[in-house]
Ligand binder design. Sequence first.
Ligand SMILES: Cc1cc2nc3c(=O)[nH]c(=O)nc-3n(C[C@H](O)[C@H](O)[C@H](O)COP(=O)(O)O)c2cc1C
Length: 155
Amino acid sequence: MNQSAKTLLIVYHTQSGNTERLAKAVAQGARRIHGIRVRTARAGRVSAEDLTSCGALIICSPEYFGYMAGAIKDLFDRTYEEIRDSAAGKSYTVVICAGNDGTGALTSIERIVAGYRLKRVQDPVVCRGGVTESDLERCRELGQTIAAGLELGIY
Ligand SMILES: Cc1cc2nc3c(=O)[nH]c(=O)nc-3n(C[C@H](O)[C@H](O)[C@H](O)COP(=O)(O)O)c2cc1C
């Protein structure tokens, strides 16, 4: 299997650091699996090529005003036309960090990735009301599970 297929890309945005903590926990869990390259990047620094050249994608967004973070939306806006066909079938899931809800951020992301025809391989993690150790552990487990799937070649 080539190196791209064994790369897990964790894309996030954050203002006050909460979503970044979740994204880093996902990466920590993923690094428990040997043979997988784990890359964590702010959405603003991610290109269309980064999206097409990874084997799986985990999108980590705070909820702002009942929607995904603007920087995550900007990533979709910048890349959709270029990769709408080449990204089809790629494995993904979502991590949401919210004050008390998260539904709007999650559904807005799911609606857009349907256009890319990505394949959701694990249930999303939604964290509410501050990041707890339990949230971090859920994110580590998610990262580990996705990385294990990549390593086995099932994602
Ligand atoms: C501008 C703004 C809008 C927000 N809107 C929502 C919202 O609609 N629903 C919600 O549950 N939390 C909302 N929150 C709370 C954030 O989702 C929450 O504080 C989250 O942990 C922020 O993540 P971050 O530290 O990665 O930026 C909002 C916060 C900000 C700053």
